[in-house]
Design a protein around this ligand. Sequence first.
Ligand SMILES: [Zn+2]
Length: 268
Amino acid sequence: MHPFVLFMVILAAFILFSLIYFQRRKKPSAMLIFPDSFREILNIQVPFYQNLDAERKIEFENRMMRFLSHVRITGVKTPVEDIDRVFVAVSAIIPIFGFKSWDYINLNEVLLYPGSFGDEFEQEGQHRNTLGMVGSGALNNVMVLSQHDLRQAFINKSGKENVAIHEFVHLVDKTDGSVDGIPEFLLERKYILPWLDLMHKNIRKILDDKSDINPYGATNEAEFFAVVSEYFFERPDLLKQNHPELYELLKKIFQLPEPVRINSKSSS
Ligand SMILES: [Zn+2]
């Protein structure tokens, strides 16, 4: 072969290789660009995000995108919109935002039903009757949520409830192998007994009708942990006022020095 032809062939091969190589490399980062439509929703609906400084906002966005690139969100008899993707990702990230390297290794898919999903699934026990659940058995690594209640939790500014936060806290609790209300991965050993003690004290108060904590929390320790976490993230101010001990321990569990209400700017 003529040296010039050989040179041209090598040059062509090199250009082709570079094109393919850089094309491939560009793809993942392109997927991680945070959509403006998501940011718009955060700026209207999620004060937790609004109150972060610029650097932490970027971290929050990156973690949302990492979550969304690993977890499929599928609508069952309902279309999935941006607002659903944002609310699911926000609910996933807030409880673990204090833990830099946390990823949900035990979740592949979130199924959204238009409303409560009644008898569609065999459920372990009576799980809130159907607004949300963390699957087991054939539905392991799947979470099911009512789309209506997912949205309502963020849009309603005065509630102490948030079904998606509730289910993600169950997943966090499940990471150590058991959903038992004791997040051993998060909680330093020395706090486990005080935490158990505090849970039992408060469950008794709920049963005696002397508590403003959602009575569903008296079902067992796992439900107590999930319910009181909803309260903590939705109304930290009110929890601090009504249950200072719980508030202090939950701050330690979630490693969030000063939690910010996730659905309202007001501190009333
Ligand atoms: Zn539950």
